[in-house]
Design a protein around this ligand. Structure first.
Ligand code: RP5
Length: 165
């Protein structure tokens, strides 16, 4: 891990979001990107959200990954409170399968952007990859590791389907 403050903050609305958001953490681990993961709820801990978002840039955070489900205000509210890039991950909710989360996060009015990813694991992994891509603009070592990640992914794809897989 890098020295100094973690450049990525992974925040989520609930402990129940962690099984999804852990995929973002695991992806950052694989790329050697330091992060801090926290539960920050827009609904249940609004003051914690405010304090986190207002202090994030001063604390050395460069990119925020925010996961939330249902009426998923956390990514948008966080983006409203900080100029840092915010990537939103819609959590797959029980009742509406995450379509509620997706629409809550993606439909930001013009002026406050949230980069919205896919529902669930794919979104969490890709949020981490996007965060790493942003950091790699000024980190040549990380850029090389991202290239390796893609090369390994490409090499893992078989030419033909198998009954054994
Ligand atoms: C949201 O409410 C959280 O992001 C979570 O996805 C959803 C449900 O939370 P729990 O009731 O499981 O704590 O704020």
């Amino acid at each position: 891990m890098a020295n100094g403050p973690a450049p990525v903050a992974i925040i989520m609305g609930s402990q129940s979001d962690w099984p999804t958001m852990k995929h973002a953490a695991d992806t950052l681990d694989r790329l050697g990107v330091a992060y801090e993961a926290r539960i920050v709820s827009a609904h249940r801990t609004p003051e914690r959200m405010f304090d986190f978002a207002k202090a994030a840039r001063g604390n050395g955070v460069k990119v925020i990954i925010a996961g939330a489900g249902g009426a998923a205000h956390l990514p948008g509210m966080t983006a409203a409170l900080t100029p840092l890039p915010v990537f939103g991950v819609p959590i797959e909710s029980r009742t509406l399968k995450g379509e509620d989360s997706l629409l809550s996060i993606v439909q930001m009015p013009a002026g406050i952007p949230v980069g919205t990813l896919a529902i669930g694991r794919a979104g969490a992994v890709n949020a981490a990859l996007l965060a790493a891509s942003v950091l790699a603009l000024t980190d040549e070592g990380l850029a090389v590791r991202l290239d390796s990640y893609r090369a390994e992914q490409t090499a893992s794809v078989a030419d033909f389907p198998s009954d054994e897989a």
